[in-house]
Design a protein around this ligand. Sequence first.
Ligand code: NAD
Length: 264
Amino acid sequence: MQKVAIVGAGVIGLSWARLFAEKGWSVEISDPRPDLQKIIDESFGGLPVRAAATLEAALDGADFVQEAGPERLDLKHELYATFAARTRPDVVLASSTSSLVPSAISEGNPAADRILVGHPFNPPQLIPLVEVVPGPATEQWAVDRATEVYAEIGKQPITLQKEIPAFVGNRLQKVFLDECVYLVQQGVVSAGDLDELVKASLGLRWATVGPFESNHLGGGPGGMRHLVEHVEAAYGTGPENYERLAARRDARTRAVSHALADEG
Ligand SMILES: NC(=O)c1ccc[n+]([C@@H]2O[C@H](COP(=O)([O-])OP(=O)(O)OC[C@H]3O[C@@H](n4cnc5c(N)ncnc54)[C@H](O)[C@@H]3O)[C@@H](O)[C@H]2O)c1
């Protein structure tokens, strides 16, 4: 049985613990919170999840480390110094951080080659995405191993080609939210109506096709050749291709709509 050390048992750490444990990993959690044992007893009945007496005990024999401690760089530096000293050189050290780039976390750390970001979306148990973000010092094997582990526990890892603060998902969300706030502040639309508008259009659409695929379909059977050659390479053109992609989009949109209607 493989072992993961989860460091930090807040909202994100506890969710990681469940994901790993449900997929058959042995989980040991380190967190100074005094109610750690109680939380584990209450939340993980029957699953192989244990409270570690010390950080070193959690790291002992770990095959993967998922850090989910507070979003403070000084504390992460301290934690990663211990991770580097107390884990095997083939063990990936992954941070759940929402904003800190891996090169900042691994600065001065002798294990920089195996430090990366594995950023989940909250709640990690329900939202599939994990952004795998390597820093300039992260080696490819560590990226491959993290991707393999996340896929094994049922996540959908997407690897960024280079680091950027706040990564991709939250950056997109921020731009979108800024415009939402602007439109409400300008009195163009009420906050409630804007939420309804998004749910009835973009939210539903983006659950089934991404922005590029959606624009490509918007170009009709001819695709977007005239606009974006890269999108064409990813999704293809021509009547058959168009029919297939449009049918898939429509089936998925119906499935999401029906599921939401069933929820009431
Ligand atoms: N909450 C979110 O929506 C979200 C989403 C994605 C990523 N993240 C990231 O995940 C990480 C954790 O976020 P969270 O929301 O779970 O925070 P949280 O405050 O709920 O949990 C942090 C936990 O770390 C513990 N902790 C403090 N010092 C520690 C130490 N020395 N060793 C081990 N644990 C220690 C705290 O006791 C607490 O239980 C952060 O880096 C955050 O940016 C958060």
